[in-house]
Design a protein around this ligand. Structure first.
Ligand code: NCD
Ligand code: ZN
Length: 337
């Protein structure tokens, strides 16, 4: 059995910088036609020059692969219309992080009052630039996304023309919001379709599955699976692949992030096939995103075959999701060399 995916897109990707960028970029660029590139570098990407320079470094790292970078800026309250009018030539969206909530988010937002955010949000709304949000409060870790719901409701109502993407949703209550607000959308990761908190901490602690937002309950995973498998049009795939060196994961104070880009397509084939939904994978992995973000991706066909794939224990110093396990699907041998 085979499946050919047309221009698969990853709408939430951390490519990092420096040596890490060089080591991991091609695990995305070989297999995807494009990706939303997250701006949480140190320092974060907040100027047009930084966007252009970062994009150049990515271009070098992907070594000629055809792979479109949908660049983003790190949200700041003070981006006015004129700045964003110029920036929109180089970026596809802006990513908002609550301050300190996840890796490299210290410069994020600490007030969620509309008055404090409106300078940037009004300009984004006028220019049609989507707002991508890491939606967690600093409450109890299992409740953070749910608690953030009232903020989503507040901005969705205050800026009805602004497209707001709830990034990497993990909680079934976020799905309800999707139905209630026309301008709310979401991305879903691979790992949140596969794991619950039990997989992270139910037995021996699994640092390579530790991420933000933390994986939740079985009923949350079921709700995410339901919308992903039927390729609900307001939802697209965003891996949130977030590599960290082994020394930062297997350490006192484990860094948050799952490195999943390399295994994402084979694992999604396996999951969608298991649930008799392979016909919907094209929509989840590309077509929905084209509509939501109004993009026409470059043409790239990626074929996967139903053939055992043993996931390496390590890839250039990073441990991938499913390390050492066997998946049922693999990349067609002619690609990715
Ligand atoms: C991400 C990272 O490492 O950059 N970590 C994570 O656990 N997902 C940041 C993020 O998206 O929260
Ligand atoms: Zn992320």
């Amino acid at each position: 059995m085979k499946i050919t995916l047309h221009s698969p897109l990853d709408m939430h990707l951390h490519l990092r910088d420096g040596d890490m960028l060089k080591s991991i970029a091609r695990y995305s660029s070989r297999y995807f036609a494009g990706a939303i590139i997250m701006p949480n570098l140190v320092p974060p990407v907040t100027t047009i020059e930084q966007v252009i320079e970062y994009d150049k470094r990515i271009e070098e790292a992907i070594d000629g692969d055809s792979f479109e970078r949908y660049m983003t800026l790190f949200f700041k309250n003070s981006y006015g219309y004129d700045f964003l009018k110029e920036a929109e030539k180089y970026i596809k969206a802006i990513k908002l992080y609550p301050s300190g909530i996840t890796t490299n988010s210290e410069g994020g937002v600490s007030s969620f009052e509309i008055d404090d955010l409106k300078e940037t949000l009004e300009a984004m709304s006028e220019l049609g630039l989507p707002l991508l949000v890491h939606g967690e409060t600093n409450g109890f870790v299992m409740d953070r996304e749910r608690e953030f719901g009232s903020f989503y409701e507040k901005i969705a109502s205050a800026f009805p023309k602004l497209k707001i993407v709830m990034e990497h949703i993990t909680d079934r209550h976020s799905i309800k919001l999707l139905n209630e607000y026309e301008n709310l959308y979401a991305t879903i990761t691979l790992h949140h379709l596969y794991i619950t908190l039990d997989d992270v901490a139910g037995g021996l602690l699994k640092p390579h599955l530790f991420c933000k937002p933390i994986a939740k309950r079985y009923e949350d995973r079921e709700a995410l699976l339901d919308v992903a498998l039927k390729a609900y049009p307001k939802v697209s795939f965003g891996s949130d692949s977030a590599p960290h060196p082994i020394s930062s994961k297997e350490s006192l104070g484990c860094a948050a992030g799952v490195f999943s880009s390399f295994v994402a397509l084979p694992a999604l084939c396996e999951l969608f096939e298991k649930h008799n939904s392979l016909d919907n994978l094209q929509k989840f992995i590309s077509d929905n995103a084209r509509e939501i973000y109004d993009i026409v991706p470059i043409k790239k066909e990626v074929t996967l075959v139903k053939k055992e794939f043993e996931v390496p224990k390590e890839l250039n110093g990073v441990v991938p999701m499913f390390y050492g396990e066997k998946l049922d699907w693999s990349y067609d041998e002619s690609i990715g060399s």
